[in-house]
Design a protein around this ligand. Sequence first.
Ligand code: ZN
Length: 455
Amino acid sequence: MNGIALIGGRVIDPANNFDGIADVLISDGKIKAIGKDVLKNAPPDIQKIDVKGNIVCPGLIDCHVHLREPGQSAKETIATGTAAAARGGFTSVVCMPNTSPAIDNPANVALIAEKASKSGVVNVFVAGAITKNIAGEELAPIGSLKQAGVVAITDDGHCVQNNEIMRRALEYANMFNLPVMDHCQDYSLVTDGVMHEGYWSIALGLRGWPASGEEMIVLRDILLAELTGAHVHCQHISTAKSVQLIRDAKKRGVKITAEACPHHFTLTDNAVAGSDKFWKGDGKSLIESGVGFSDDVFWHSYDTNFKVNPPLRSAKDRDAIIEGIADGTLDIIASDHAPHCSYEKEVEFDFAPFGMTGLETTLSLSLMRLYHTKKMSLSELIARMTVNPAKMLNINRGTLSVGAPADITVFNPDLEWRFDLAESASKSKNSPFGGWKLKGRAVITIVAGKVIWKL
Ligand SMILES: [Zn+2]
């Protein structure tokens, strides 16, 4: 068999401003043609797949994923993490360097690349560390990391506190045309906070993680990006003021990009109080949006699946994140897929690790909160998961241009389903969305011209 033809779908390729019913011809792992009569020049033994009623778009890119290899393979492996990515419609992921050991030298980059080529089902791009062992004290060999193939650097999970070190990191990274991604967290303000500082942290007696703990570093990064001319990318933005700071900086022409995660534009700190309080409180608007959410999912107060860093914020912050994505202040949607073992999460809220899985729910939640609520068009939404991350990372993906690698996602924006954690491909089950009624789902994922997953 020589190639695949996707027949009759609505093709949306924001990189080429294309939106229309068309067939897509794939062969030799590349996009060969898009249009009405592509089958005329196709080989006779081509595999035809009917995708009528579905959206065909460039393969989704997730620029923020924890694959946990090397060293933490009880939580996730490259094999299981990329399988979860495929189920979620992602054809490329960027893995974070806070592994054990950290990805702070060329040998560890090579190790990931080798493992990914053997056991990964989607493309794995690697982010290297900013500092050695992600300790924030001494710069990692940024030039050698670039040579080894990293697409960005970040100390994600941690944040470089010393502004002088961050300045040097930006200057070096700029010389190698590498974006610097930052997990924005001021340690002196956050200390040992475990949830958003506000009404619910007081009511529940949990230590607060103030919004300013993020905003202080966002502002620092803006000032340093301006000083050095380097490209800073702020990861998982969670507060209204961070959005405003980035919006203002972009207006001044600062080279800054930013991402948001579905949990921050869906949930709030109210969720930590339990499902009864959430569905009557901040969760009410999800039901009222009429796009598939239902209040039949139960969880207890202090459920550690809602513990994430940065934390779930107030309803006002949640709305501001949505406005920020809609007006383009936040360029990219990413999952921050952060798997943890059940035994690690089944402890008191204070002691549980931060993070939730997200690869299999990101597309659905984005469609529900942004497209089905009419905040943005499908094309605008797809851009934030394809061409925008590709541009931020300078990678040759996120487009259906003829000749480009045939990474393609086919999804049905209206398909209603329930997310069943038992079916998840991830090795970890720490998602708060287990059992939730969702709308919209990937149905076929194609990497390098091969169908790697099909519903
Ligand atoms: Zn982070």
